[in-house]
Ligand binder design. Structure first.
Ligand code: HEM
Length: 524
């Protein structure tokens, strides 16, 4: 209860008077709930089924909620080591089931896909963000979602990306390499984060709305980035505590949390997207908004869909690239091998490699896959939720359970990857299919699992891989990535051990890199 109390202590001073009442109700609810759980536990045991183990200690009422620590991915990997490939956590009134075995995950998310493809309920995300179930990313798997998903798959299908979006992706990759070099010179090393953020925002806004931002100082870039950041913050667990611990409904009431969410959506998010959609329809060239006109979506659905595409397709790409460049600095020999392969291509064909040339660049392709395996983009993907009870490998998955992929642990599972702690790009030289093809093939043939599972699998995989490949190639064509050095020549290699959880993504700890223009730069 200590952490619950400290959270309650953080509510604004003007609610000082209510605190003792809140705490009394919390204590009473906790006792009643604990008693209910004890009685209910014995009645839920089902004959002949295995009990899903639970690690560590589950506190009354809050369960494991405050045991995840500041690096939940690592704690969860540790728990998998202790109790096995599947375990459950009591997260207040919710049951979370965590899985780090790809075959078991395949059974849960694909074989039982009909019953395991909803999203867990969150007040902000369901009621306000997705206007009660619209859009594609964060709503339950209803008929409405199926239609929206079909449309999204259609507008970012590989053939559409190839026909319309390769050029903008390349233009942004070249601009990013230029900025990296310029700011490395100006600032003796650069924090890549804000440049990667501008790059991924320009990519998704160009293909989505036909719009680009001139720089990180562009006022539109600043206000839209702030809106996206606030969306992610409101979607986080700290703003959804009442769905874990119902007592927080009282806190939400006192702090006006629902009114804040409603105001944000109606007064900040919606006007921005309405303006962007209008401008996109008037702009030149192909974009997602225009492509969506072929489908019969109302204005609200269109807006939520575009918001989903922006949220799904921006941070994920910049975080993945952030890891790739940090890893390249950390492993200079791997970087050199990739650069040599790219140079050999340019000498042979007298042009820069395109995504269609990927078969000629097997080391680069394998290396991008290995970077995503070695340091996954998210710790938990986007959780699913069980619509009904179902049984997998003798375990009862209860209706309403939140189903979570333990990304870090799964990608370091020694039964799936030999020497999983070693950064070894060559491991994928025998699996050079596109990530999209590997993800949609047999479970055993998958390279990595960063794009999720089954019916909810990321529909942007092909576009994401084109972005990662093109950006990587154009940065390596222009520069070598080196550690920052102080005046005494001491090197500061990025810390690639600890991921920092930020919303859904897991980013490298803050660091600087030096992007040094190559003497014989092949990128111009
Ligand atoms: C490296 C880049 C990316 C990563 C690692 C990534 C990862 C994911 C993951 C883990 C999911 C959830 C899958 C599940 O529930 O099983 C997802 C869903 C989604 N992604 Fe991506 N993604 C990336 C790029 C993109 C891009 C570029 C777009 C679009 C332009 C996109 C659009 C979406 C959408 C709309 C969904 C929701 C699908 C649904 O719920 O039906 N993603 N992504």
């Amino acid at each position: 209860m200590e952490k619950v109390n400290s959270f309650i202590n953080s509510v604004p001073q003007r609610f000082e008077r209510e605190k003792s009442t809140i705490l009394s109700i919390a204590a009473a609810t906790a006792l009643l709930y604990t008693a209910y759980k004890i009685v209910n536990k014995s009645s839920k045991k089902t004959l002949g089924l295995k009990e899903i183990p639970s690690p560590g200690f589950s506190f009354p009422y809050v369960g494991h909620m405050f045991s995840l620590g500041s690096s939940p991915g690592k704690r969860i990997a540790q728990w998998h080591k202790e109790v096995g490939h599947i375990f459950k956590l009591d997260m207040g009134i919710q049951t979370w089931i965590l899985i780090d075995d790809p075959l078991l995950a395949h059974k849960v998310f694909v074989t039982h896909g009909v019953g395991s493809s909803d999203r867990p309920h969150s007040t902000f995300v369901y009621e306000y963000y997705s206007c009660k179930g619209k859009g594609v990313g964060f709503c339950p798997a209803t008929k409405q979602w199926k239609v929206a998903r079909g449309a999204v798959q259609n507008i970012i299908a590989p053939k559409v990306v190839d026909a319309h979006y390769l050029e903008p992706i390349k233009t942004e990759a070249i601009a990013l390499a230029e900025r990296f070099i310029k700011y490395s010179r100006l600032e003796s090393g650069v924090d890549p984060t804000k440049h990667l953020h501008l790059n991924s925002m320009n990519l998704i806004f160009k293909v989505g709305f036909g719009k680009v931002f001139s720089s990180v100082e562009d006022p539109d870039f600043i206000s839209i980035s702030a809106m996206i950041k606030k969306t992610a913050s409101l979607a986080g667990m700290t703003h959804d505590l009442s769905n874990f611990l119902p007592i927080f409904t009282v806190v939400d009431y006192c702090t006006g949390a629902r009114a804040t969410m409603k105001n944000f959506i109606e007064k900040e998010r919606d006007p921005i997207y309405k303006r962007l959609i209008k401008e996109a329809l008037e702009s030149d060239g192909a974009n997602f908004v225009k492509a969506l006109q072929e489908f019969d979506f109302d204005e609200e659905n269109q807006l939520v869909l575009m918001s989903d595409l922006v949220n799904g397709g921006s941070d994920t790409v910049s975080v993945t690239l952030g890891w790739i460049f940090a890893i390249m600095c950390y492993y200079p020999l791997a970087q050199k091998k990739a650069a040599d392969e790219i140079d050999a291509f340019v000498y042979q064909y007298k042009r820069h490699p395109e995504f269609a040339d990927r078969d000629e660049l097997p080391y680069c392709v394998s290396m991008l896959k290995e970077c995503m395996r070695f340091r996954p983009t998210t710790s938990f993907a986007i959780p699913h939720s069980a619509r009904d009870d179902f049984v997998v490998d003798g375990y009862l998955i209860p209706k309403g359970a939140t189903l979570v992929t333990s990304m870090e642990s799964m990608h370091q599972n020694p039964e799936v990857y030999a020497e999983p702690l070693r950064f070894y790009p060559e491991r994928f030289l025998n699996n050079l299919k596109t990530m999209d093809a590997a993800a949609k093939g047999k479970s055993e043939g998958r390279d990595h699992f960063n794009f999720g599972w089954g019916r909810r699998m990321c529909p942007g995989i092909y576009m994401a891989e084109v972005e990662l490949f093109t950006t990587f190639i154009h940065v390596i064509l222009r520069c070598t990535i080196e550690p920052v050095r102080d005046i005494d020549g001491k090197e500061y290699v990025p810390n690639i051990e600890n991921a920092v959880l930020s919303g859904l993504t897991s980013l490298p700890a803050p660091h600087k890199l030096n992007f040094i223009e190559r003497i014989q730069s092949l990128g111009k």
